[in-house]
Ligand binder design. Structure first.
Ligand SMILES: [Zn+2]
Length: 296
């Protein structure tokens, strides 16, 4: 089989699929463990590489055998071995979610060059979701490198996968950009997605500010959607925003009804809903967009 053909094969038969999924799950749990450190330390502006993992209560260093994803939490019954203080359930939750997410992305991509990029993208989104949920903050330390990462992926992936990996490429390559080289088409698609993603979030914030006279949306959401749009392209970005606004509104209304608040002042971490929407769009968006386009 020629090398080029190996590249475009979406699922390789190098090893059985089940083994691949188990590997993806274990790798996801380990990365989830690292994301816990990022989620805890980035908003506090601490270094994410030094020192090693510590108990948030007593500060004791956590031994490697107490730092096994999910398993250690279960064995220690959610308590620090030193001070016996309760450890947040967020730790095993992030590890478990990251494991599931990595299996889902592996299922979506198969063994391909795209898999590495999609895993990084999904992990960054997971970190953003949990940081925004806790701190109402989407750190530049993730979104800025995320935007650069999206542009690099846009340039590299069309060559590495030898396919139209990005969902928006077929529509662009057969449209106005049919005579352009694939890297240019891919880059223009990324810029288009970034403008639609960041632009609509900026517009939503601006409109809300004019209507209510208060700043409702931080620029963090705009930067996050620059990153998401740049990576996913315009089709999946529209789906991301649709899912984010829909789920955010439903949860917001439910929360306000529960709290009995008539005033719409309550702030929601919108990045949480956008992040979940972007993950859903990455995994299932193309099928939804194709189905929708087929209705006309
Ligand atoms: Zn402790």
């Amino acid at each position: 089989m020629p090398a080029a053909e190996l590249l475009v094969t979406p699922t390789s038969n190098l090893f059985p699929p089940l083994f691949g999924y188990i590997l993806a799950g274990v790798f996801g749990a380990v990365i989830g463990s690292f994301l816990n450190v990022v989620i805890h330390r980035l908003p506090r502006e601490e270094s994410i590489v030094f020192p090693n993992s510590r108990c948030p209560s007593c500060g004791a260093a956590i031994a490697f055998y107490d730092n096994v994803p999910v398993l250690s939490y279960v064995l220690l019954r959610g308590k620090c071995r030193g001070c016996q203080k309760h450890i947040s359930a967020r730790y095993p939750l992030v590890e478990l979610l990251c494991a599931v997410l990595f299996v889902a992305v592996a299922w979506h991509d198969g063994l391909s060059a795209a898999l590495a990029f999609d895993l990084i993208f999904a992990a960054a989104l997971l970190a953003l979701v949990f940081i925004d949920a806790e701190h109402m903050l989407l750190p530049n330390a993730i979104t800025y490198p995320g935007i650069i990462f999206a542009l690099i992926a846009r340039l590299a992936l069309p060559y590495l996968t030898a396919t139209h990996h990005f969902d928006d490429l077929p529509s662009l390559a057969h449209g106005a950009l049919s005579n352009s080289p694939i890297w240019l088409t891919s880059l223009v698609g990324g810029l288009l997605g970034a403008l639609i993603g960041g632009g609509s979030l900026w517009l939503m914030g601006w409109t809300w500010e004019k209507l209510r006279g208060i700043e409702a949306m931080g620029l963090g959401d705009v930067k996050m959607m620059f990153m998401v749009g740049g990576y996913l392209g315009w089709r999946l970005t529209i789906i991301t925003i649709f899912l984010g606004v829909l789920s955010g509104s439903v949860i917001g209304i439910l929360l306000m009804a529960r709290a009995g608040k008539k005033d719409m002042q309550m702030l929601l971490p919108f990045g949480v809903f956008l992040g979940i929407g972007a993950i859903a769009a990455l995994l299932f968006g193309s099928q939804v967009a194709d189905w929708y386009a087929g209705q006309f």
